[in-house]
Design a protein around this ligand. Structure first.
Ligand SMILES: [Zn+2]
Length: 256
């Protein structure tokens, strides 16, 4: 049962996390809307080959339908977060609806994997103060994203990969999908994104690992003079789009 006391009386201290402040070349890959037999097993196979771990924000109804896939995600060392029970937009939902959506999804994940989620991502990224207070009282982190792999002005998987590769900075949370709609292009873009970011020296971490990296950086910062710290935004230069395109084409054996 979720803890709910005095919602609406005091503002929550919870803040959505879209990226973290760090100069380390780390990124977190996240997947929403699964588990889905069309996509999740393919993504698990790819992540295994690439040797990386990710975070999956799963929908409770889907977890009830495909508990074996949810179990496989957890068994392979990935982290599972709560993405509501029915993928309800919580932006204008009542307290009771929000409570039921979080709690029922949590139960489904615990039943399938034995692990209680501590990360929450609201559908469409919509949140409000009521949701924040419920999350805070139940020790959930509110996780959003900085970059989404799907982007209307990037119609092909190569465009999608180029855009992500060009925009990633240390500490970025990347959103991809493994369910609900057709996600073939996400899956095609993933090996390009992962291999090229690895080439650039990026390490892929889960969301709890990313949060820990920021905590460690903050501890270091507080023990040193702030003026001597490098600025990660200034340090990371934009990759050259042409060279990325060239190497992506080479990767796909499209170049002559
Ligand atoms: Zn979603």
């Amino acid at each position: 049962m979720l803890a709910i006391t005095c919602v609406g009386f005091a503002e929550s201290a919870i803040h959505p996390i879209r990226s973290v402040n760090t100069s380390e070349r780390v990124v977190a890959l996240t997947f929403d809307d699964g588990p889905d037999p069309r996509y999740t097993p393919r993504i698990l196979a790819l992540l295994k080959i690439m040797g990386i771990r990710a975070t999956f924000f799963q929908v409770g109804k889907q977890v009830e339908k495909y508990p074996e896939i949810a179990k496989a995600v957890a068994a392979e060392g990935h982290v599972i977060g709560n993405h509501t029970y029915s993928h309800m937009d919580l932006g204008s939902a009542t307290l009771e609806q929000i409570q039921a959506e979080i709690e029922n999804c949590e139960k489904a994940i615990v039943n399938a994997t034995g692990q209680r989620p501590t990360l929450f991502r609201p559908p469409k990224g919509h949140y409000n103060e009521t949701l924040n207070q419920i999350l805070e009282q139940n020790n959930y982190n509110l996780i959003l994203w900085r970059l989404c792999v799907e982007h209307k002005p990037a119609p092909t998987s190569i465009d999608m990969a180029c855009r992500i590769i060009a925009k990633v900075r240390p500490g970025t949370i990347i959103l991809a999908h493994d369910g609900r709609l057709n996600r073939d292009k996400d899956i095609e873009a993933l090996p390009l994104i992962i291999s090229h970011l690895k080439e650039k020296g990026y390490k892929f971490v889960t969301i709890p690992e990313l949060i820990n990296i920021e905590r460690k950086s903050q501890n270091l910062l507080s023990s040193k003079s702030k003026t001597s710290q490098p600025n990660p935004e200034r340090q990371s230069k934009s990759p050259n789009r042409i060279s990325w395109l060239h190497s992506i084409k080479k990767h796909l054996r499209l170049s002559h």
